[in-house]
Design a protein around this ligand. Structure first.
Ligand code: NI
Length: 184
C-alpha cells in the first residue's frame, strides 16, 4: 500500500499546532488540547485510505491546523507563509467569525467551507466525529441537544465529500443520543 502524503509535512504542521496550542487543555479535562488534533488527523488518515484523488497533504495539514486561527494568536498571513495559500484559506474557512452573532457563526463557516475543496469539507466532518465523544460534565441538556442538531446540519451540508467520514459521523450522531436524557 502506498501513501500520498508526506510524514515531514505532517510533522511540520503538528509541531506548529502543538506550539500554538501550548498550555491549552481539552475542555473539561487536564489533558493537552493537542489530543483533539491527533484524533482529527487520525480520522482523516483513515478516510484518505478509502477516498481517492484527494490532496492528502492539504487534508492532513488542515486537520492539524484547523483550530489555530480560531483558538490561538495565529494569523492567516502566518499560515500562508508557512504552509501556502490553500492551507491558509482552508483553515480560515474552518474558523468561526467571532465578529458575527454566535447563532450565525456555524452557518457562516459552513458556507465558507462549501466554497472550498472537498479536503476542507472532510476536516469539518472529521472534527465533528471527534467532538461527538462524551460531552464535558458541565454541559447542560439543551446544549447537548443543540450540539447534536448542529452535527446533523454538518452531516447534511458536507456528506458528499466522503462517504467514509459521512457514515462514521452518522454513527456518532446516533450514538450521541445516549447522552440525552430521555425523560426531559
Ligand atoms: Ni476542532
Amino acid at each position: 500500500m502506498s501513501i500520498n502524503w508526506s510524514q515531514e509535512e505532517y510533522i511540520k504542521a503538528y509541531r506548529f499546532a502543538a506550539q500554538k496550542h501550548q498550555g491549552q487543555k481539552f475542555p473539561g479535562t487536564k489533558i493537552s488540547y493537542i489530543m483533539h488534533l491527533s484524533f482529527v488527523s487520525m480520522e482523516m488518515i483513515a478516510a484518505l485510505n478509502e477516498e481517492k484523488e484527494r490532496d492528502e497533504n492539504l487534508a492532513i495539514q488542515c486537520s492539524l491546523l484547523h483550530d489555530t486561527i480560531e483558538d490561538t494568536d495565529t494569523t492567516f498571513e502566518e499560515l500562508e507563509a508557512e504552509f501556502g495559500l490553500p492551507v491558509a484559506n482552508g483553515v480560515l474557512a474552518l474558523s468561526k467569525d467571532s465578529s458575527l452573532e454566535k447563532s450565525l457563526q456555524m452557518k457562516d463557516s459552513l458556507q465558507k467551507i462549501k466554497e472550498r475543496s472537498q479536503e476542507i469539507w472532510m476536516v469539518k466532518l472529521a472534527d465533528r466525529i471527534t467532538n461527538l465523544q462524551a460531552p464535558p460534565d458541565y454541559w447542560k441538556q439543551d446544549k447537548i441537544i443543540r450540539y447534536r442538531e448542529e452535527a446533523i446540519c454538518i452531516y447534511e451540508t458536507l456528506k458528499d465529500a466522503s462517504s467514509f467520514l459521512a457514515s462514521r459521523l452518522a454513527l456518532k450522531i446516533e450514538g450521541y443520543k445516549s447522552f440525552i436524557n430521555s425523560d426531559i
